[in-house]
Write a protein that binds this ligand. Structure first.
Ligand code: TSB
Ligand code: ZN
Length: 583
């Protein structure tokens, strides 16, 4: 999709369109006051004070109509530079513009743009005339806090987009429509994967039976992989004393992402945002020799993070999540080898899921940010160089991002883009010299001396929540057989004659632990076949007279209309093969 902000011509057009929007709103709502109307990647928006009124999608139509009228009218857009005093006088009845003027630096050139009866404070530039704004569309409206600060009152934010040609606009609207279809929130609802409820609250999705099947399969999948690679899995509690997080440093560096403290008797507790401290203590529970390392402690661990209510999104960004977490305790000489193993595991898992659209990001500290990052230049430089070296050796393409490191060390993140254009991190591997220090972790070296291990934090699926969101969008909900909530749907053409045989097949497959449904409703065959497709079931069996007579089954794979007939045992081999090979 086009990035409007980065396209010079479209960026100017969209900004002018924001003014046109404001002018139209002013005509329809004379009391309206305007905050800012910037260009964004997706087009433009304007934040508007409508005196407490909340707009709906229906309200956008008359606004758009008024915009069209104004555009046709074709007023020129005229720039005027004015002094601070003139600006303050001109906008004296508009507290928003006064706030903007008061926050401008002394040497800022203050300019206004006027089109017909509408003037706005603005840096520009703009198109010459509103006549040029022909191909636009208002897309949505939402509430937005003034200055994006939840402590302030709410404004109405109207989003729109403008193109230079009708074709470009139509193409873009079509792409938006497709993205909507691919949005995991829509698929999640259509396929019964998860739900949300205001009584539970934003960012706390409930996994429905179908979603829970997918999640359990993912859990089993990753646990098995990790077991084979020498991980030991643990369970640890979700609530801990604040002292634990004071010891780890999260209290000082991560508190804004944590839910507030709970007081119990005289103690203070928090819901955990991360599991690292618990795993540090598990390591510390025993003495370790240099020969025992690496020690890999893994957990499918529920975590809780404060995310702004405006930022939470389906399963993609939640406040209660389950991490596919592990902490690897290694000797300094093992860092590179262990880090490489994690990169290999990430690549291996992505291959299993047929994932191709992702980017590796090496997240480094910002050396100037002394508050976020602990001040040890040598440690940081050494750690960053090591990760860089492994990535170069493995030969995976990556880019570097300064200031994105965790407070405890540099990290490798894998970035993907969601259907609606969010950039999110799935996998992560983070090097940490700090936590072993804070928890005074040691191992006994070959010469009998005590040494500090280094920790690698890593999450391959990230969280099960986010990974499932991603998977639904990547596959458009068409999951491979091993993950599909219902793997096989059986349809007897006529239940009276074929129902018994269909039932036998169902029982046979169910006894082999396949997830099977039987659709013996008295609906037309075509209708039931279509429904099997709508539910995105990988395999649909059709049982008619021929199948009963010959003791065979006939089936269709999702996405095809070819019907294949097989003996039952052959069909079971075929299914088992798909399941085992994760196809
Ligand atoms: C890997 N301590 C490390 C751990 O050992 C850690 O917590 N890293 S993290 O903060 O980067 O989180 C791990 C992964 O969780 C991220 O890579 C991301 O995929 C996922 N994640 C983070 N926040 C959310 C959220 N709000 N909703 C869903 N998933 C999230
Ligand atoms: Zn961790």
């Amino acid at each position: 999709m086009v990035n409007i902000k980065e396209n010079e011509k479209l960026s100017v057009m969209n900004h002018s369109c924001a003014h046109l929007l404001a002018q139209a709103v002013k005509h329809l709502y004379p009391d309206a006051l305007f905050w800012v109307g910037p260009v964004i990647e997706e087009g433009f928006y304007y934040d508007i004070d409508l005196n407490g009124k909340t707009l709906t999608m229906e309200d956008l139509e008359p606004i758009e109509k008024e915009m069209k009228k104004l555009a046709k009218d074709g007023k020129r857009i005229i720039r005027e530079e004015i002094s601070r005093e003139e600006a303050l006088a001109k906008f004296k009845d508009d507290p928003y513009k006064i706030d903007l003027i008061n926050n401008m630096g002394d040497d800022t050139v203050i300019s206004c743009y006027t089109q017909g009866d509408f003037t706005d404070l603005c840096r520009g530039p703009h198109v010459e005339s509103v006549k040029e704004l022909k191909n636009f569309k208002l897309l949505k409206v939402s509430g937005a806090y003034w200055k994006n600060d939840a402590k302030n009152h709410m404004l109405q934010r109207i989003y729109g987009i403008c193109f230079d040609t009708k074709e470009a606009l139509e193409e873009h609207l079509k792409a938006l429509e497709e993205a909507k279809e691919r949005d995991h929130r829509k698929i999640g609802k259509d396929l019964g994967i998860f739900m949300t409820h205001e009584l539970v609250g934003p960012g706390f999705p409930l996994w429905l039976p179908n979603g829970s099947i997918i999640r359990r399969e993912l859990e089993n999948y990753i646990l098995e992989k990790e077991r084979k690679l020498g991980y030991n899995h643990v369970y640890t509690p979700c609530i801990a004393s604040t002292d634990l997080y004071k010891t780890s440093g999260h209290w000082d560096h991560y508190q804004e992402n944590m839910f507030p403290v709970m007081k119990i008797d005289t103690e203070e507790y928090v819901l955990r945002p991360m599991n690292c401290p618990h795993h540090m203590l598990i390591y510390k529970n025993e003495l370790h020799s240099y020969k025992d390392l690496p020690i890999r402690i893994g957990e499918l661990a529920p975590d809780f993070r404060y995310e702004a209510s405006g930022a939470v999104c389906g399963l993609e960004r939640v406040r209660a999540m389950c991490q596919n977490d592990a902490h690897l305790f290694v000797r300094p000489d093992q860092i590179e080898e262990e880090f490489k193993k994690v990169v290999d595991l990430i690549l291996d898992v992505y291959k299993d899921f047929n994932m191709n659209n992702y980017q590796f990001r090496l997240s480094l500290r910002d050396p100037l940010d002394k508050e976020k990052y602990f001040p040890d230049d040598e440690m940081w430089n050494k750690a960053e160089d090591r990760l860089r070296k492994v990535l170069n050796d493995v030969g995976v393409p990556y880019f570097e991002a300064v200031g994105e490191a965790a407070f405890y060390g540099p990290k490798l993140d894998v970035e993907v883009k969601t259907a609606i254009g969010h950039e999110i991190t799935l996998s992560t591997c983070q090097l940490d010299f700090l936590l072993p220090e804070r928890f005074d972790l040691t191992y006994v070296d070959s010469d009998g001396s005590k040494k500090r291990p280094v920790v690698l934090h890593r999450a391959i699926l990230g969280t099960l929540d986010r990974f499932t969101a991603f998977l639904l969008e990547e596959t458009k909900g068409v999951l491979p057989l091993w993950l599909a909530p219902i793997q096989v749907n059986i349809i007897p053409v006529n239940n009276e004659y074929h129902g018994k045989y269909a039932e036998e097949i169902k029982n046979k497959l169910a006894s082999l632990d396949f997830r099977v449904s039987l659709d013996n409703r008295e609906e037309k065959l075509g209708y039931r076949l279509r429904e099997s497709v709508v539910k995105k079931i990988p395999v649909t069996i059709i049982i008619g007279q021929k199948e009963v007579d010959e003791g065979i089954i006939s089936y269709r794979n999702y996405g095809t209309t070819d019907t294949i007939s097989l003996k039952i045992e052959e069909f079971i081999d075929y299914l088992t093969n798909l399941r085992t090979n994760k196809k």
